[in-house]
Design a protein. Structure first.
Lengths: 272, 387
């Protein structure tokens, strides 16, 4: 993160206050950090059962953007964290998020990996990526970069069934973002996040074109089986890829059938 | 049965009954309870009654006959080994209720409707959001009962049930608690006739109440796990670092080592679209140890019918490509397979990619990097590995 350009001002580890890591001071509480400098964002990478407490502390301190990278956070904990966040006006990305990156400027979390690797996959440009899969965020960025298309903001929204910010929560932000001209969405089976996105597009309209890809078509034939991310399970016929693709298309979203078709579809939207 | 046990422990009323494993016991249990009774196959499937897993018996002798035909049946891939014999409660009216989480509202939700049954969607239904910090308050439960059209004592009976069921949902870290249906007894009590609960795997360790119950673990596979799948999850459990598992068995000839969550879904689709026949689905990610990758490789390569192997991942963020490649080669060599002579494809771009390339070249193998798309890698695996 530091190498990539993110200004990391402090770390918080209760019990390790006063220490330093790579020259960056460590504090026992978030409030202590706040007394020295404002905090724009905070990244949480603690064990699953400590996430609730760490997140509530950051929300209480008034952190406006919170990235939760931890996987396997109990569901009762995350809904409570989200309830606090809604009241405080904190935006939460994750849990089970790899982070977010504004190519060439900063990154929050492990997204993109080491400096050299992040530079190879991500390049600055006009396309935003929202993805339920962290790994696929980087894969899609790499695919765009290889085709000469850069990215404005790439967000791994988290693989869990319940995450702080869904596609439809983030689309309005990107729609208002002057650096973004087109939005790529990576969906998966299970849950209703893609259907919510379709609803949002239908009801509110989005000025910027959206290109979507939904992975896991084979999962439709295997209901009640959990795949990978905690949020991936087709329940009866609810959450199937077929239903997601249908509702997105009905809402006017461009849905590509192959991952490799994304750059071409994006280019078509950009030159339109 | 486990769900009903939890409800009973928490003081919610369920039909009397017991588990049996042979027809004689079923007959005894039926006469002890008084007929009619329900005989229910104990298998973890959805729509059990539609598949013939629930039957009514009017006499103990009939319970014996039903039991002997049901035991040994296969339902949704599961062998029926145990039956629940349960009094058939003569209730009045049916209510469906469920506590679940909404991924749209990011809150728990109470769903309720009258005339619950096999097709709950048909009745009028109420959805009530529950603020996690406030829980379900008694007045809210009474409002829900009243909006369902209940009056007087029944409103009270249902709302008391709802409050208790909410406590169970919360205290046991359920992700779903469904009662379908519950019914009213002549004295305005309520009985939960059928209960289905899903628990949050991620909360099992931290939840005292759940640990005490010592529930059997149930993989969410939609079918009983095959020996191949069981062995894969054993391998994954040998070390907490990284994932090299979550395997599903298929019948094809192409072994797959693919990763991680969203990438596995994408790659599997692409292999299928290009006409490939996968022998398995799996997930690799989060930097698994060389040993885990090697063991998983061995498991897949020794699966009958497997003739080729594709190692395909997304552009890896944090998993070390060289360690992944080492694991695969180690697995092959422990099986005395010469990696240079086996039909295998590697598309693993990411960190420590150059080191991985050198390792593979020492065995006469080639590493496909980020310049080859996932789609092309899948196509090559299908077209070029065949003989």
């Amino acid at each position: 993160m530091i190498c990539y350009g993110t200004r990391v001002t402090a770390g918080v580890v209760p019990g390790k206050g006063g220490e330093e890591v790579h020259g960056i001071p460590v504090f026992d509480t978030v409030r202590e950090v706040l007394s020295r400098a404002p905090i724009r964002a905070s990244v949480i990478a603690v064990p699953p059962l400590s996430v609730r407490s760490a997140a509530l502390e950051a929300i209480d301190a008034g952190v406006s953007l919170l990235i939760i990278m931890t996987e396997r956070v109990p569901r009762r904990d995350i809904v409570e964290v989200i309830e606090w966040a809604v009241e405080a006006g904190t935006r939460i990305i994750g849990p089970n998020s790899l982070g977010m990156i504004s190519p060439g400027r900063w990154k929050l979390g492990a997204i993109g990996g080491r400096l050299d690797d992040a530079r190879k996959a991500y390049s600055p440009g006009p396309v935003a990526i929202l993805s339920r899969s962290g790994g696929m965020t980087t894969e899609i960025a790499n695919l765009l970069t290889a085709n000469g298309i850069g990215q404005s903001l790439c967000v791994s929204i988290g693989g869990d069934y319940i995450v702080g910010s869904t596609f439809s929560d983030l689309i309005p932000v990107l729609d208002d973002d002057r650096g973004t001209e087109c939005i790529v969405v990576f969906g998966e089976p299970g849950g209703t996040k893609e259907e919510q996105l379709a609803d949002y597009v239908r009801k509110h309209g989005v000025t910027k074109p959206i290109v979507a890809f939904v992975a896991g078509k084979f999962v439709d034939a295997m209901p009640w089986t959990r795949f990978g991310h905690a949020g991936v399970m087709v329940e009866g016929d609810r959450g199937s890829v077929a239903s997601k693709v249908r509702s997105l298309r009905e809402a006017g979203v461009t849905v590509v059938d192959e991952l490799s078709a994304i750059p071409q579809a994006v280019r078509r939207e950009l030159w339109r | 049965v486990e769900s009903k046990r939890i409800l009973a422990v928490e003081g919610l009323s369920i039909p009397k009954g017991g588990l049996v494993s042979n027809p004689g016991e079923a007959e005894e249990k039926a006469s002890e309870l008084g007929c009619p009774v329900y005989v229910k196959a104990q298998v973890p499937i959805h729509r059990r009654s539609a598949l013939g897993g629930v039957k009514l018996a009017a006499t103990p002798a009939e319970a014996r006959r039903v039991a002997s035909s049901m035991l040994g049946m296969r339902l949704g891939g599961w062998d029926v080994e145990r039956l629940l014999v349960e009094e058939a409660v003569k209730g009045d009216g049916q209510v469906f209720i469920a506590f679940a989480y909404s991924d749209a509202l990011k809150q728990p939700l109470l769903l309720a409707s009258l005339r619950g049954g096999a097709s709950v969607e048909e009745g009028p239904s109420i959805a009530k959001e529950i603020r996690p910090s406030r829980g379900l308050q008694p007045f809210q439960a009474r409002q829900v009962s009243s909006r369902l059209g209940l009056r007087g004592k029944r409103t009270i009976a249902l709302s008391e049930f709802l409050i208790r069921a909410w406590s169970v949902f919360r205290d046991y870290d359920a992700t779903l608690l469904e009662v379908n249906p519950l019914t009213f007894t002549p004295h305005s009590g309520v009985v939960a006739l059928d209960v289905h609960m899903q628990l949050d795997d991620d909360a099992l360790e931290s939840n005292e109440a759940l640990r005490k119950l010592q529930l059997p673990s149930r993989p969410e596979l939609g079918h009983p796990p095959t020996p191949f799948e069981l062995r894969a999850s054993e391998i994954d459990r040998t070390d907490y670092r990284g994932v090299a598992g979550r395997v599903l068995e298929f019948s094809g000839d192409l072994g797959l080592l693919i990763g991680g969550g969203g990438a596995s879904l994408t790659i599997f689709d692409a292999i299928r679209r290009h006409g490939g026949n996968p022998a398995n689905y799996c997930e690799i990610g989060g930097n698994p140890t060389v040993r885990k990758t090697a063991e998983l490789t061995k498991l897949i390569l020794t699966k009958p019918g497997v003739q080729k192997l594709a190692v395909i991942t997304n552009v890896l963020n944090n998993t070390r490509v060289d360690l992944l490649v080492r694991g695969v080669l180690k697995g092959m060599m422990e099986l005395r397979i010469d990696p240079g002579k086996y039909p295998v494809l590697f598309r693993v771009p990411g960190s420590w990619e150059e080191e991985a390339r050198l390792i593979l070249e020492a065995y006469g193998l080639h590493l496909l990097g980020r310049e080859t798309s996932l789609e092309d890698a899948a196509r090559l695996a299908v077209e070029d590995l065949g003989r």
